[in-house]
Design a protein around this ligand. Structure first.
Ligand SMILES: [Mn+2]
Length: 285
């Protein structure tokens, strides 16, 4: 039995199938962990979503919500403010099983914890000031809202926005939930206290002080666990600092990653067939 952590799919269904063949994935034995951003920008988001849903419902896969998955929840709910020309969500919204897909998607978590290993999966990261136990509890606060009957009000009216960018235990209400979502699903850079910086998207290396990649701070309280995440395609394959970055830019002509938790081996599939969508400003690896 193996557990494979699969990087951001973003609709790259054919590449996923090729990668699964290459690693000789055994559906009845192996577990797949998807780091989120299952959908959008790529060509086959509907196929990706159906595939992950089917496996998850059979207990063969888990996923966490990424910013694009949350974006899909918003698009389904009629929120037009953040729609983009490069969105490729229409086939999902028009699918006959759209309601079931969305109802399932909104019940997916922001963090997944391995039952045996000290390993967790999130889409973007966990800010330095949160221990894993606290991170799990905070993720739950958002999950409860997304699973409530009134979830569309939460998504359309309260969830989006980059404020507050600083965490306080005393934060309450929508502001508290917004920071939590942004940390788990959007963060790349922050300061030592978890103040979020959303304008920086490039690979580390430039002078960005006091902001650094969220995982490099010496006092980071969640170093107790190996953290698997995606979201940051310009970061590439990093296995250091007790973190494992798995978004290797399949969508942008890079690679799709499957990291085997047990053997600690990375498997990648080159995806040169994907042309870069026009609005993408980051360089491909
Ligand atoms: Mn993302």
């Amino acid at each position: 039995m193996a557990t494979y952590i699969i990087g951001d799919l973003q609709g790259c269904f054919d590449e996923l199938q090729l990668l699964l063949q290459e690693i000789r994935y055994q559906e009845n034995e192996d577990q797949l962990w998807f780091v989120g951003d299952i959908v959008n920008r790529g060509p086959k988001s509907l196929e990706c979503l159906r595939f992950v849903k089917e496996l998850q419902q059979q207990g063969k896969a888990q996923m966490v919500l990424g910013n694009h998955d949350i974006h899909l929840l918003a698009a389904y709910s009629g929120l037009k403010r953040f729609q983009s020309k490069s969105d490729t969500l229409t086939p999902i919204l028009e699918a006959e099983d759209a309601d079931e897909l969305i109802d399932w998607l909104r019940r997916q978590p922001l963090i997944v914890c391995h039952p045996v290993y000290e390993a967790v999966m999130v889409h973007a990261g966990i800010p330095p000031q949160w221990e894993i136990t606290q991170a799990r509890a905070l993720a739950k606060e958002v999950e409860v809202q997304l699973q409530s009957a009134d979830w569309q009000t939460f998504v359309c009216e309260h969830l989006f926005g980059s404020e507050p960018d600083e965490w306080q235990d005393s934060l309450r209400g929508w502001e508290r939930l917004r920071y939590i979502v942004n940390a788990f699903a959007r963060m790349r850079y922050c300061d030592a206290n978890g103040k979020l910086e959303f304008h920086l998207k490039s690979a580390p290396g430039k002078a960005t002080a006091p902001f650094e990649p969220w995982f490099v701070f010496p006092g980071r309280k969640n170093k107790t666990h190996e953290i698997f995440f995606g979201h940051w395609s310009t970061l590439g394959a990093v296995d250091a600092y007790h973190i494992h970055a798995t978004d290797t830019g399949c969508l942008w002509g890079g690679k799709l990653t499957a990291y085997c938790l047990e053997s600690k081996q990375r498997h990648t599939l080159a995806c040169p067939q994907n042309s870069k969508p026009k609005d993408k400003k980051t360089k491909k690896k």
